[in-house]
Ligand binder design. Structure first.
Ligand code: G3H
Ligand code: 13P
Ligand code: ZN
Length: 326
C-alpha cells in the first residue's frame, strides 16, 4: 500500500506558493470526508486534509485513515495531502512513524521562544529523516487551540525578525504565523483586517537574510458568515450574533504574499449545525440520521467548492497534474 496519498504537502506548497492558497480542512467523520472530496472534485481544487488530536481521539485514528483511503478510491481524481493539525511532540512522532501523513504541525507556540525552537527542531529532524515536512507556529493566536485558551488580550502577532531566526534555527518548512486571526467563531470585535504587514515583514526579512521564501500558514481562517449564524439561531441556536470571522475577500491577497495554506474548520461546523438544527426543527418527529446526514454532505460539498473559489485554488487541478506529472 502506498504510504502517502497522491501528493505531499510540500508539493502542494510548491505549486501554489505566491499564486493561490490551498484549503486545509479538518475532518472528523465519513460524512464530512465525503462532502470534502465531492466539493474539491466539483471545484477541481487540491486540498489538505488535516486531522487534529481531538479528531484522532473522537473517530479513532485508524478509522479516519481507513475513511481517507476509501475516499481516495471513490474519488481517484482528487489531489490531496494528509496533515496533522496542532500536534504535540508525541503525536507528531506517532504520525511521522505511521507513514500516513506527509506533514505534521508541531505547535509549541505557547512555550518560550528557545523552548519552542528546541521542540520544533527535534520534530523537524525526525520528520525530515522520513521525507515529511513540518509546519511550526510562532506567535499566539487568540481564541482556543485544542485545550489551551489564549485570551484575546494576550494574542500576540508574529514578530517578523523572530520569524526569520525561528525558521533558520528549526529548519521548519512552513510557518504558522499569528496575523490577527483566532480560532473559533468569535474572532474580532468590530471590523478588522488581516495584518498583511506581518506577512510582508516576514518575507522581506527572509529575503534580506538570503533565505528562500517560506510558505505561511493562516490558522483561524473561517469567515463565520452572518447568514449562517442567523439561520442557526432561527432554528434554536444561541450563538452570539456578533460572531465574526475573516473577510473571504482577503484570502487571495494574502495568498499572493505567500499565505499558502489556509486552515478552515469552524465554518464547516456551522454548516453541520445549521443543517441539523433546521432539519429537526422542521421534522421534530424524525429520528433517522441519514436524511440530515445526506443534506449535510451536499451542503458541505457546496461550502467547500465556494471556499476553494475564494482561495483561488478552484480549477487548478489540470495545471497541477501537468506540473507534477501525475
Ligand atoms: O484549531 C483547531 C481545529 O479547529 C480543530 O479543532 O481540536 O476541536 O478538533 P479540534
Ligand atoms: P477556524 O476556527 O477559523 O476554522 O480555524 C481552524 C484552524 O486553524 C485549524 O487549525
Ligand atoms: Zn489552527
Amino acid at each position: 500500500m502506498r504510504a502517502f496519498m497522491i501528493v505531499t504537502t510540500a508539493q502542494l506548497y510548491k505549486v501554489a506558493y505566491g499564486k493561490y492558497a490551498v484549503g486545509a480542512y479538518n475532518i472528523n467523520n465519513a460524512e464530512q470526508t465525503m462532502g470534502l472530496f465531492r466539493g474539491c472534485i466539483e471545484s477541481q481544487a487540491p486540498f489538505i486534509i488535516q486531522i487534529s488530536k481531538g479528531a484522532r481521539k473522537y473517530t479513532e485514528k485508524r478509522m479516519l485513515e481507513a475513511i481517507i483511503r476509501s475516499a481516495e478510491e471513490i474519488f481517484p481524481d482528487a489531489i490531496f495531502a494528509v496533515h496533522l493539525d496542532h500536534g504535540d511532540e508525541e503525536t507528531c512522532y506517532d504520525c511521522i512513524d505511521s507513514g500516513f501523513y506527509s506533514s505534521v504541525m508541531i505547535d509549541a507556540s505557547h512555550d518560550p521562544f528557545d523552548e519552542n525552537i528546541a521542540i520544533t527542531k527535534r520534530v523537524v529532524d525526525r520528520a525530515h529523516a522520513k521525507g515529511i515536512s513540518v509546519e511550526a507556529e510562532l506567535g499566539m493566536l487568540g481564541g482556543v487551540e485544542e485545550d489551551i485558551a489564549v485570551d484575546e488580550g494576550n494574542a500576540c502577532l508574529t514578530n517578523p525578525e523572530e520569524a526569520v531566526e525561528f525558521i533558520q534555527r528549526t529548519g521548519c518548512d512552513a510557518l504558522a504565523a499569528a496575523i490577527g486571526t483566532s480560532h473559533g467563531a468569535y474572532k474580532f470585535r468590530g471590523q478588522q483586517s488581516l495584518h498583511f504587514e506581518v506577512i510582508e515583514g516576514i518575507q522581506a526579512n527572509l529575503k534580506a537574510a538570503g533565505m528562500p521564501p517560506t510558505p505561511i500558514v493562516m490558522h483561524g481562517s473561517s469567515s463565520v458568515p452572518k447568514e449562517e449564524v442567523a439561520r442557526i439561531n432561527a432554528a434554536g441556536g444561541t450563538l452570539d450574533p456578533s460572531a465574526c470571522g475573516v473577510n473571504e475577500n482577503e484570502y487571495l491577497p494574502a495568498a499572493k504574499l505567500g499565505v499558502t495554506k489556509v486552515n478552515i474548520d469552524t465554518d464547516g461546523r456551522l454548516v453541520w449545525t445549521r443543517v441539523h438544527r433546521e432539519y429537526f426543527r422542521d421534522k421534530p418527529g424524525d429520528f433517522d440520521f441519514r436524511p440530515p446526514g445526506k443534506t449535510f454532505i451536499d451542503e458541505y460539498a457546496k461550502f467547500i467548492a465556494h471556499k476553494n473559489k475564494m482561495l483561488g485554488s478552484a480549477g487548478t487541478i489540470p495545471a497541477i497534474r501537468a506540473a507534477l506529472g501525475i
